[in-house]
Design a protein around this ligand. Structure first.
Ligand code: B1M
Length: 233
């Protein structure tokens, strides 16, 4: 493209800009994604809408072509990097709600798994909703979860897995909690693209959360139920 033809993001209508963001995410263009996020914010878009309608949807498209062998790991890493650039702008905005503290959560991606975008999003949304969140990062062995539970004393343990090969590890963590007699001390929430409700039940989690918004609602709901149960005793 010549300089004259260069695309000026701020001149695009919202719909075209969002389409362009899908392309830019696909091409791993972090600066362009960050610029577009700023433009949408200036136009009055909510951080949540930018996150879900532009960034998450764009990543979904990347995922389809990754699955079909059109994109490979290096390209997807660039896309993930661009997505994180956009998320970095939105994070403080999602968090600064001044919401009262609702509880505490420890969250991490399970052993063998390095996917962290969805987990980061859940952590951001939980913080925005008023939860204190300790993020253990990726590739967490059972010991790392147990240490964090003992250290942080959270209300909720959240686990993320994006691979069919790593999701069974969630059961290892829950079974170990049962063995140690601490399972009932925590609400255990699980999530990640390959999971579903049946899987969540089968491994003994309190709930499977389809997305970050569901994680927030489920966390609020289960914390309230716990408080009510304790008050009734
Ligand atoms: Co990977 N990868 N990847 N990958 N990758 C998937 C998961 C895959 C489905 C792609 C595909 O084939 N279509 C496939 C898994 C297939 C399977 O298991 N059946 C796959 C594969 C195969 C692999 C490798 C094995 C590829 C290889 O090396 N040959 C490799 C594995 C590495 C490893 O972990 N050991 C690999 C590597 C990578 C990258 C490093 C390149 C990169 C990760 C970068 C990063 O995360 N920093 C990557 C990416 C980006 C993806 C896709 C394209 C996108 C994932 C994502 O970020 N989605 C993904 C395809 C897909 O999922 N469609 C894919 C956006 C995110 C917002 O959604 O993570 O689903 P998600 O999170 C949602 C919900 O799931 C939920 O809320 C989130 C927000 O709404 N949620 C939770 C998630 N965690 C939660 C925890 C909770 C609650 C809700 O706790 C309470």
């Amino acid at each position: 493209m010549s300089d004259e033809d260069e695309l000026i993001l701020s001149e695009l209508e919202d719909d075209d800009l969002v389409q362009q963001m899908y392309d830019d995410l696909y091409d791993g263009l972090r600066d362009e994604i960050m610029e577009a996020v700023h433009i949408l914010l200036e136009r009055g878009w909510t951080p949540y809408d930018i996150l879900t309608k532009a960034l998450v949807e764009g990543m979904r498209i990347v995922g389809i072509d990754f699955r079909d062998g059109i994109l490979f790991v290096p390209e997807v890493l660039l896309a993930a990097n661009a997505m994180k650039g956009g998320m970095g702008i939105l994070k403080p905005l999602l968090i600064e709600t001044g919401a009262p503290r609702l509880g505490k959560m420890v969250i991490g991606t399970v052993k063998g798994d390095i996917h962290d975008i969805g987990k980061n999003l859940v952590a951001m949304m939980m913080e925005g909703a008023g939860f204190e969140v300790t993020d253990l990062g990726i590739n967490n062995a059972v010991e790392a979860y147990l240490e964090a539970l003992a250290r942080e004393q959270p209300d909720i343990l959240g686990m993320s897995a994006l691979l069919t090969t790593t999701m069974p590890y969630m059961k290892v963590v829950i079974d170990t909690m049962v063995e140690k007699g601490i399972r009932e001390d925590y609400i255990v929430l699980v999530g990640g693209a390959p999971l579903n409700e049946d899987f969540g039940k089968a491994i003994g989690a309190d709930a499977y959360c389809r997305d970050a918004a569901v994680a927030v609602e489920t966390a609020k709901d289960l914390i309230a139920r716990r408080h009510n149960q304790r008050a009734a005793v």
